[in-house]
Design a protein around this ligand. Structure first.
Ligand code: FES
Length: 125
């Protein structure tokens, strides 16, 4: 199966790559299938709205494209809304992923959830 135009676009021009210094939350997850890693950083305002998201990955092209799309979906949402973003939401927004690459899309949503969990832990302190 070929990659959709959207996947190729997000792979060639990934949005929101990099890191956020003093992020409100950050999370790193590994992909048990391939061993690749992904870190997401979130910047959250006083109303629990995600102002900014950045990602850094050692993953493949599909991981880059899904992360890029995940950051776009998450920015502007509250942390609880963003926590519900699933890999299927992301794959759908990208007009599909080849089945063999679906495991790559776990990284983005899981790293975002890990960053949100880290944010919540920090709030409780
Ligand atoms: Fe590892 Fe895609 S092959 S994230």
């Amino acid at each position: 199966m070929d990659y959709s135009d959207k996947v190729l676009d997000h792979f060639s021009n990934p949005r929101n790559t990099g890191i956020i210094k003093d992020a409100s939350g950050e999370g790193t997850v590994g992909n048990p299938v391939c061993g690749d890693l992904m870190t997401m950083y979130i910047d959250v305002d006083d109303n629990e709205v995600i102002r900014d998201v950045k990602f850094k990955t050692f993953g493949c092209g599909a991981a880059i494209a899904t992360s890029s799309m995940t950051t776009e979906l998450a920015i502007g949402k509250t942390v609880s809304e963003a926590y519900k973003i699933t890999k299927s939401d992301v794959a759908e927004e990208l007009d599909g992923l080849p089945p063999i690459k679906m495991h790559c899309s776990n990284l983005a949503s899981e790293a975002l959830q890990a960053a949100i969990e880290n944010y919540k832990e920090k709030q409780e302190k």
